[in-house]
Design a protein around this ligand. Sequence first.
Ligand code: F0G
Length: 460
Amino acid sequence: MDFKKYPMAEPYKIKMVEPLKVTTREFREKAMKEAGYNTFLLRSEDVYIDLLTDSGTNAMSEDQWAGMMLGDEAYAGSKNYYHLEDAMHECFGYKHLIPAHQGRGAEQLVSRTFIKPGQYVPGNMYFTTTREHQELAGGIFVDVICDEAHDPNDESPFKGNVDLNKFEKLIKEKGAQNIAYITVGVTVNLAGGQPVSMENLRAVGKMAHENGIKVVLDATRAMENAYFIKKREPGYADKSVKEILREMCSYTDAATCSGKKDFHTNIGGFAACNDDDAATHMRSLVVVYEGLQTYGGMAGRDMEAMARGMLEACNDDTMRHRIAQSEYLGNKLIEAGIPVVRPIGGHGVFIDAKAFYPNVPQEQYVAQALAADLYVQSGVRSMERGIVSAGRDKVTGHEHKPKLETIRLTIPRRVYTQSHFDIVADGVIELYKERNKARGLKMVYEPKALRFFQARFEKL
Ligand code: F0G
């Protein structure tokens, strides 16, 4: 079988199905209005194809489901914790595992352990919950991603890379002692699922360590990043995803990870590190905020599913299929002239909302409006990743105005088929034809933290 010819061929067959509801346009118009033009506030049963997120929405394997029946729900010392620890050692190689209920739980542990109030925390673009926890711990986030990441049309293969000049300038200006650590997200979610090269990770590790600064990996989609390195970086074609991942982690000191993405699980996460004192500190926090240090907010069965899912994700075939689905949808849209972030990233396709709706200004929440319109048009749920997600500056109160104003068509793993993607593409293409009718939104309810989850809007 030559998978070069069929990159999207499923390395699995389907054993259980979940029915979908088809609705009318009138129904969806009403539902969207009631949800305040925020796709997070829709009821999932009113959605036909749900591309809101790839987080916790993936299909588990029979091996993972079998593992769910082997949950050891003891309060302390569950055997599933030890399985998870073994899997983490095998895939990532860090010394200490601190389990958490999901990624943001781990982010809290790491932020509170490593950040002293007033310290800077550089990162390759922000992620919403990551930056929130850094700021809650008193840190000041600084974006040090390469400029290419902000340009949707730049075709560079590793647009997630840290700009070493920006990082060096920050160290010189602020002093290494005033930098808590650098976060490197692999892949970079808000840049469009763009990967970081091994060469860049190595160089970031060197610069950071020469200055006594720690490197914290956001390993949430690290297997996808490893696959991109295999495909795009010279010298890695013959290495396995697992070998590449281990090398990536070797340049870093600690990690946070949402288990709800690459591992195909519905819930879970972890923090990891090599330093004994940091691990002790995180374990003293985990018992307060998450749960005992051997479950961290997860049921034993969830830890088992995550351990098994982690090993499955470290598989070249799993990743080949995964990335091919995103590329299939992305390339269909590119062929139809739809403005999307290029190259197509790992976990979905990001539509450039400013270019899609040129008549709607960013201040009228153009991507939010586009996500709402796409649902009304075709029953497809996407997510805003622009000015609403970026929120406000904690000091000035002004809205952050990100250069990338997108909607994300996020692809859950092993869930949708080629015909679903054809429907999604046709829906987007139809909407593009009507782009001159587009109207912006005004925000009528704005929550203080992570406003995109619960904000409400009205049509202008
Ligand atoms: N880091 C990255 C890069 C993420 O994408 C996410 C979650 C987190 C951390 C936090 O993990 O949700 O388990 O607490 N991203 C989801 C998304 C919500 O839709 O992109 P969590």
